[in-house]
Design a protein around this ligand. Sequence first.
Ligand SMILES: Nc1nc2c(ncn2[C@@H]2O[C@H](COP(=O)(O)OP(=O)(O)O)[C@@H](O)[C@H]2O)c(=O)[nH]1
Ligand SMILES: [Mg+2]
Length: 450
Amino acid sequence: MVKQREPIVAIATPYGESAIGVIRLSGLRVFERIEDSLVLRGGLRPRYAHLVKLLDKDGSILDEGILIFYPSPKSYTGEDMIELFLHGNPLILKKALELFLSKGIRLAEPGEFTKRAFLNGKMDMLQAEAVADVINAKSELALRVAQRQLQGELSAQINSLREKLLELLAYVEADIEFSEEDIPTLSREQLISILEEITGNMDRLLANVETGEYIRRGINLALVGKPNVGKSSLFNSLLGKDRAIVTHIPGTTRDLLRESLNLKGIPINLIDTAGIRHTEDVVERIGVERSLRELEKADLVLFVVDASEPLEEEDRQVYQRVKDMKHLVVLNKKDIGVHNSVLREFPEAVLLSALTGEGVEELKRLILKNLGVELGDGMQIYLSVRHADLLKKSKRVLKFLSDRLRVEDLSPEIIMLDLRESLSYLEEIVGTISTEDILGSIFSRFCIGK
Ligand SMILES: Nc1nc2c(ncn2[C@@H]2O[C@H](COP(=O)(O)OP(=O)(O)O)[C@@H](O)[C@H]2O)c(=O)[nH]1
Ligand SMILES: [Mg+2]
């Protein structure tokens, strides 16, 4: 079952001085490859912390450290594996790496250890992908979600869909093979209702893909509006610090400002923009152009209006640009009064004062609601875009099949083909079916040494 491949090596800890630096090796007979560079008292024992001296090519001591040997199959990759804990000096680690490379051990590609773990059945594809997510998680919430996936919770959901399909397939195939005999078959109605149950479950999993992406990679949130409505003031208020310059002079913010903000575990890339308006000032005009470009990249836009005055043509022009995007309308300066005409135009808007801070918490809540994030969301499971694409394909086949079954009788052969096609997409999600292309694109996201 477990296959041992050519030995690979990588430094598993980040570059720089540290207390300990770790070198990982994995592959066929990897210990034998490096044995003559080690001084190790007593015999080699599995999963035992050996104190070792590492000798350079000329026999001098390169470093002293701890070596742990994990014989196949009980290792991360499933192969024979070694972890060598040396002093965390980049010079030592580099020399040790060169030493191992000179022994014909190849430098590992990004994610290659995990790829081997996957190929050896140590984890399925969903779990392997979660390893990268765990390492890259930028917020506690993202980390929690990734850990759950690593524990196999998403795999379990996909597998339960697979099992239901396999069960159906068994009925249909039996119908084909033993059509003369008296075995239980499913009626059309039963078949349709099971198919609907499966696609219903698929829909539930597909419902929060976008939110999952927000949690994983964070969101771009842009503040836009005409000059002087209070964008920079709101930017500062959301951040809780005086970052942007605020003045009563229209056109103060000329360049884009970016700051990170963490809203209930969602990393937010908050962007303050130059007020969008027609202007002859060269610098301001460049700022406006940048703002417009940034606007296109935003996942959510806060369209800010000065509510103490009637709307102007400039407000409307900005609104034209954002109204088809995911956006929230913010009516600012409520402390100095709210104009009725503005309220009438935007009855759904958030009323607040960036100056006093009143209403800013409510705005934060609405931002999260708009992104589909509810409190206590660490309990949710989120598909990535790759999974969602495959699941949608799988669902489409089943949906088409049940639609046709509703109007006509189909031969079991046709039903079988559809079920198999649908199943194949699910297998691709967990990685039972995979091609080198898919593996390449998934594991290239990893760092070297994992
Ligand atoms: N009264 C009041 N003034 C505000 C409020 N928000 C901003 N301002 C004032 O409006 C002016 C423009 O603010 P600024 O944040 O620079 O607007 P921007 O051009 O949209 O970035 C400044 O004089 C701010 O003090 C608010 O909520 N209430
Ligand atoms: Mg500003």
